[in-house]
Design a protein around this ligand. Structure first.
Ligand SMILES: [Zn+2]
Length: 401
């Protein structure tokens, strides 16, 4: 069995040990030591990584009582080795984990909300509360946690040999079915709860605590939070974002929100005006299309290529030309794409059949049935000629209706 150095001292970054087992595995070699400062994947957080006498340690896992280090080379049983953990990574994870204890304490103290889940990844961490906590509540939790962190309280871990020894110790959370020995992590003056992981020595080492998102989750709240340098990086990124927006609006960061809201309002008004302008334009366009309509045995035929008309407008435009027996086929060329729409009134021919001819002529895709069909294609070179060919075809269709 391995002596777990991290249980006693979370700041141990280097240690000497002796190899007690080494087994090949598909990804390298699993090494067991008589003592180790490497914390395994456990308790919702990722393991330590580092080196063992020059070999890379990329994964650490517990298997029952045994602690296995995944190394990229083999060791012999009895080898004296020197281990070094990636302490920057360890410290960052400890900041998140002690931060989680402190935030959970504040949620419990302020709202009676219990922590029911913790996950720490390498870029973010989440904690789940069993109660809904609103926006203002989250801000209160965050503020209290930062105040307590600034008090720089001592964080200690104590191992109790039996459940009986725990009597009289006010625990925030008493996990069911614990078997001795039980490790309690205490933040002096506030929190105490069971925990197996390494922690920073004082709350001041957590740095800033920031809840960046709180969403409803399983009837409670899932908080995504960042501590220490992660919180700083987030603040820097947010500042850069707001600065970029402010620059875009030629205003200060403080005025950026107002500027964005104002532009949104202006955009909505402009869209409304544009819709009205298009409606007037389409009314005019429809009149000119009707004036150009060809009469084929008492049926009106309109075939027209339009420039850059939004495909959504084609439907209303064609609709406005539907007087008596009529067939209207509109094409709208917008750069490389051409959209087309076929609309009819009082005809036996199904537009779903007619669009087949357009699809073939333009190598496009489209469909529909009854009195309406639409599609689009890559704009062919010489679209005018193609459309004239189609006009002849449509004329014949109307002649034989
Ligand atoms: Zn914990």
């Amino acid at each position: 069995m391995t002596e777990r150095l991290y249980l006693e001292d979370s700041m141990t970054a280097a240690f000497d040990a002796v190899v007690i087992a080494c087994e090949p595995t598909k990804d390298g070699y699993l090494v067991e030591l008589d003592r180790s400062a490497f914390f395994p994947n456990k308790g919702g957080q990722p393991c330590d990584v580092g080196t063992l006498s020059g070999a890379k340690i990329t994964d650490v896992n517990e298997q029952g009582e045994r602690l296995w280090h995944l190394a990229d080379r083999a060791f012999a049983v009895g080898d004296a080795v020197h281990g070094e953990i990636d302490f920057a990574r360890r410290f960052d994870i400890m900041q998140q984990h002690t931060g989680e204890h402190l935030l959970s304490y504040c949620a419990w103290k302020l709202f009676g909300a219990q922590n029911v889940g913790f996950h720490c990844a390498l870029t973010y961490a989440t904690l789940d509360l069993d109660k809904p906590v609103g926006h203002d509540g989250i801000a209160e939790i965050e503020t209290l946690a930062n105040r307590l962190a600034a008090e720089n309280a001592r964080v200690t871990a104590t191992i109790y040999e039996s459940e009986k020894d725990l009597e009289g110790i006010p625990l925030r959370k008493h996990a069911e079915g614990l078997t001795a020995p039980i490790r309690i992590v205490t933040i002096e003056g506030s929190d105490a709860c069971t925990c197996c992981a390494p922690h920073v020595r004082r709350t001041g080492e957590i740095g800033q605590l920031k809840i960046v998102e709180a969403i409803p989750y399983k009837g409670g709240t899932r908080c995504t939070f960042l501590c220490g340098m992660r919180a700083l990086s987030h603040a820097q990124a947010m500042q850069n974002t707001v600065s970029a927006i402010a620059l875009r609006f030629s205003t200060s960061r403080e005025q950026a929100e107002t500027a964005v809201i104002r532009q949104g309002d202006e955009l909505s008004a402009a869209k409304r005006e544009l819709r009205q302008a298009y409606a007037a334009l389409d009314e005019y366009l429809a009149k000119s299309l009707i004036a150009e309509a060809e009469d084929v045995k008492g049926k009106k035929l309109i075939v027209k290529v339009l420039e850059s008309v939004d495909p959504k407008r084609l439907r209303n435009l064609a609709g406005a030309t539907m007087q008596g027996k009529a067939l209207t086929v509109l094409f709208s060329v917008t750069g490389e794409r051409t959209s087309y729409l076929l609309a009819s009134n009082g005809l036996k021919t199904d537009m779903g059949l007619l669009i087949g001819a357009v699809n073939t002529a333009l190598s496009g895709n489209g469909g529909g049935r009854g009195t309406l069909a639409q599609g689009s294609a890559r704009t062919p070179s010489g679209i005018g000629e193609t459309v004239e060919g189609l006009r002849t075809y449509f004329r014949n269709v109307l002649l034989h209706e």
